[in-house]
Design a protein. Structure first.
Ligand code: NDP
Length: 439
């Protein structure tokens, strides 16, 4: 901690993993003798660079760009790019660290990386976003490639940004190759990639419930966020007969007892990037709570009565008081779409209450898994159908659930998927690192 005093999100992520690994270290001292943790917490490479760009008025702006290549024991570095004003070295580092275990859990040949910039795309014109992406890629292109490092999207980086980034990579390298995932289906993307993280979260939630002789059908659900992950969680929930009754954005929370009208949310968020308040124009029976009116110690969405909660916005968006409120209101399932959305204390509440809890690095791995399917299609110059990719995604989510669940049972913590996911992910990467020597 002394070498990087401000990286609190990164320490939070590391501490959570270290706590879970104690039963493994007790059984297998070789991991400590080989200094695996000491090597794993240090990224193989960290890039920080200047991203200068011109706005529509001709003013010069400068943002901080990042790419962290964390661990390549299992394959090329893989992980998304986040464009959000809150991005800093700690955020990118915690995301890259989590990605190591998530990618290992998929069982696929994926190393771990993460990147982004403290650029805020909100309120920027398409031309400004394009110029920013081109400037960002003008530095990044020399560090990435289809068998070295393959970035994807995350908060603030969707299909449009991936398009501009890919165009600039192609111009600089004169190579048309699978260097980014989340591409449009017209020019090298995979079907289901857009939906994959959200759909995967819901498949995972259903596997947890089935294991407890329950199901999602009929359950009333809270889904925070209203971006890519939240929208596709809600879509799959409806397909499986559950009812999402609330969602949110950075300005407030929307509650609609009859069920969120997803076509309106898609229109507002995917096509126009508008606030959720506009939902009330077509649905006067819905309620909206502004962020300023949130409970002092928490978030309005988690104070609503429901059977299940899906945090899908951002890190640390669900704290201990929120967790207690969810449990008091009878919530039986929490399944995480966002990365590290629950604080350490909130997670402890879920685990000690023994409710169904799907930790993010297991539950939201469907996105990166489908990115690997996109890489496989690019490398073999094939296009698979929606049904083919969706079937593979379901198999991968089942594999992740079984791996986390069996590993939790092996270490005498049956049902503790956080412990199972951390140990199983760590063990796969650690074994590969040991076999590859001290590098
Ligand atoms: P988007 O940018 O599409 O959507 C993010 C949503 O969260 C928006 O509704 C945004 O509100 C809201 N949000 C962002 N920051 C905050 C904040 N500080 N407070 C409250 N609300 C906030 O991102 P994604 O849906 O892609 O990502 C959401 C989460 O899922 C992230 O944690 C990401 O790392 C994780 N994830 C994403 C994957 C993917 O494939 N996209 C894969 C695995 C994990 P507003 O509209 O007002 O900005």
């Amino acid at each position: 901690k002394h070498s990087s005093p401000a990286q609190c999100e990164f320490y939070q992520a590391v501490e959570e993993v270290l706590d879970s690994l104690q039963p493994l270290f007790a059984k297998t001292p070789a991991y400590q003798q080989q200094a695996i943790i000491e090597r794993m917490v240090e990224p193989e490479r960290q890039l920080m660079f200047r991203v200068p760009w011109l706005d529509d008025q001709g003013n010069i702006h400068v943002n901080k760009g990042y790419r962290i290549e964390f661990n390549s024991a299992l394959g090329p570095y893989k992980g998304g790019l986040r464009f959000h004003p809150s991005v800093n070295a700690s955020i990118i580092k915690f995301l890259g660290f989590e990605q190591i275990f998530k990618n290992a859990l998929t069982g696929l040949p994926l190393g771990s990386g993460k990147g982004g910039a403290n650029f805020d795309p909100k309120g920027r014109s398409d031309h400004e976003i394009m110029r920013f992406c081109q400037s960002y890629m003008t530095e990044l292109y020399r560090h990435i490639g289809p068998v070295t490092d393959v970035p994807a999207g995350d908060i603030g980086v969707g299909g449009k940004e991936i398009g501009y980034l890919f165009g600039q990579y192609k111009r600089l390298t004169a190579r048309y190759e699978g260097v980014l995932t989340g591409k449009n289906i017209l020019w090298g993307g995979s079907l289901v990639r857009t939906e994959a993280t959200g759909y995967g979260v819901v498949y995972f939630a259903n596997y947890i419930l089935q294991d407890r002789n329950s199901e999602l059908k009929g359950k009333r659900c809270l889904v925070s966020g209203s971006g890519n992950v939240a929208i596709h969680v809600m879509e799959k929930l409806y397909q499986l007969g559950a009812i999402p009754v609330a969602c949110s954005d950075s300005k407030g929370t929307l509650y609609h007892q009859a069920g969120i009208d997803l076509s309106v949310i898609k229109q507002l968020k995917l096509h126009k990037r508008e606030s959720l308040t506009a939902y009330l124009e077509s649905h006067q029976d819905a309620d909206y709570v502004e962020r300023d009116a949130y409970p002092e110690d928490g978030h309005a969405i988690w104070r609503l009565r429901a059977d299940a909660a899906f945090p899908c916005a951002t890190q640390n968006e669900l704290n201990e008081d929120d967790a207690k409120a969810l449990l008091a209101n009878g919530c039986e399932l929490v399944c995480e779409g966002a990365n590290m959305p629950s604080t350490k204390q909130a997670v402890e509440c879920f685990i000690s209450a023994n409710i169904a809890y799907g930790p993010s690095k297991a539950a939201n791995a469907g996105g990166v898994a489908t990115s690997q399917l996109e890489m496989a299609q690019n490398a073999s110059m094939q296009n698979w159908s929606f049904a083919q990719v969706d079937e593979k995604l379901q198999h991968i989510m089942k594999h992740i659930f079984d791996t986390a669940s069996n590993t939790a049972a092996e270490f005498d913590h049956p049902g503790n998927l956080l412990l199972g996911a951390n140990i199983a992910g760590f063990r796969r990467v650690a074994d590969a690192m040991i076999e590859q020597g001290v590098v």
